[in-house]
Design a protein around this ligand. Structure first.
Ligand SMILES: Nc1ncnc2c1ncn2[C@@H]1O[C@H](COP(=O)(O)OP(=O)(O)OP(=O)(O)O)[C@@H](O)[C@H]1O
Ligand SMILES: [Mg+2]
Length: 314
């Protein structure tokens, strides 16, 4: 299998605290892999090991087939990294910062003068590249951080919570940017504590909590884990027995319960069957006032996995 990132029993302890516990991570090339977990889950610790900033206590981490820390530092030239909440010197201009990083990567003057304007454009900072970073908003600082991570055209881009501190518009822009990066053929490994963000951009997801990976699969498989029965709550005027029986006769209706004017329908399908249910109620003489479909989301999977883990430990 062609893996961009692979860890084996990766473990990191800070004193008595095990921040990362026997993590086996496999990130396929050319995927957008979300690394999802609540605060303190061990995301940044794992990422710092992957980029060579921290040493593992046990286990190994490989990026592009090379073992981090053991193989030569050149391997790191193929990795782009944006740290959590990057803060750059305020007295530098955006373009200047990228130029300094470019020189650190050993890029020639010509490479820098080609690549830097292109990246400034991609991250949406065109026209602001000659402003001091001290005058940048948080969103602009995140963007210059992403540009910095892409500077040397790396094969793997590792972004630690790129949309933290951004407003909703900024978050959408970062998501679009991540998709663009992926289209350029790079592998993106991106951490987040926000489910909807991962849900909207990633092809694969690993959920981590307390240093332990709880699940790692394609987004579709992880979302599908619990995306089973949905609930449909329908408020019906003229809610008669006939209406209830008509609903019960539908093949995908598992259970029904009635409280006042509310007809609560437990569905055995993940499909959106509201049109059929609505038609059935109307034909049986009911008048629908409102209808609310509650589906299990990735958030439910996440919460369930984390509470299962707590129960298992208790
Ligand atoms: N340098 C350190 N020394 C001691 N403990 C640390 C250190 N860095 C992190 N930790 C602890 O390790 C655990 C994992 O932290 P980490 O920063 O990797 O989590 P995270 O998933 O990135 O969280 P967040 O979403 O808040 O960024 C936490 O309990 C944290 O307090
Ligand atoms: Mg973190």
């Amino acid at each position: 299998m062609d893996l961009a990132i692979e860890t084996q029993d990766l473990t990191k302890r800070y004193g008595t605290l095990t921040a990362v516990n026997k993590l086996n991570l496999q990130v396929k090339r050319n995927t957008i892999h979300g690394f999802l977990g609540p605060n303190g889950a061990g995301k940044s610790t794992t990422i710092k090991i992957l980029v060579g900033l921290l040493k593992p206590s046990e286990g190994t981490a490989r990026v592009l087939g090379k073992e981090v820390h053991v193989d030569d530092a050149d391997a790191r030239l193929n990795i782009g990294y944006m740290p959590e909440l990057p803060r750059f010197p305020k007295h530098l201009k955006g373009a200047e910062l990228l130029d300094i990083y470019g020189r650190m990567y050993g890029m020639t003057q010509q490479e820098r003068s080609e690549q830097i304007p292109k990246l400034i454009d991609i991250v949406g900072l065109k026209g602001r590249e000659n402003d001091f970073i001290g005058k940048y908003s948080k969103g602009m600082q995140q963007r210059i951080g992403i540009a910095q991570a892409l500077l040397n055209s790396p094969e793997v881009v590792i972004l630690d919570e790129p949309s933290i501190g951004l407003d909703p518009v900024g978050m959408v822009e970062v998501r679009e940017l991540v998709k663009e990066i992926s289209k350029e053929g790079m592998t993106v490994f991106v951490s987040s504590h926000l489910l909807f963000e991962v849900e909207q951009v990633c092809t694969h997801v690993t959920i981590i909590n307390k240093g332990v990976a709880l699940v790692s699969d394609t987004l579709a498989n992880v979302s599908g884990m619990l995306k089973g029965p949905a609930m449909l709550n329908v408020e019906v005027a003229e809610l008669s027995d006939e209406v209830v029986q008509a609903i019960k006769s539908l093949p995908y209706v598992k259970e029904t319960s009635v409280s006042g004017n509310m007809l609560n329908i437990s569905l055995a399908t993940g499909d959106d069957v509201r049109p059929q249910v609505s038609q059935q109620i109307t034909q049986a003489g009911g008048v629908i006032i409102s209808m609310n479909l509650k589906r299990q989301s990735l958030e439910d999977v996440f919460i369930q996995l984390i509470s299962n883990q707590k129960e298992a430990k208790a």
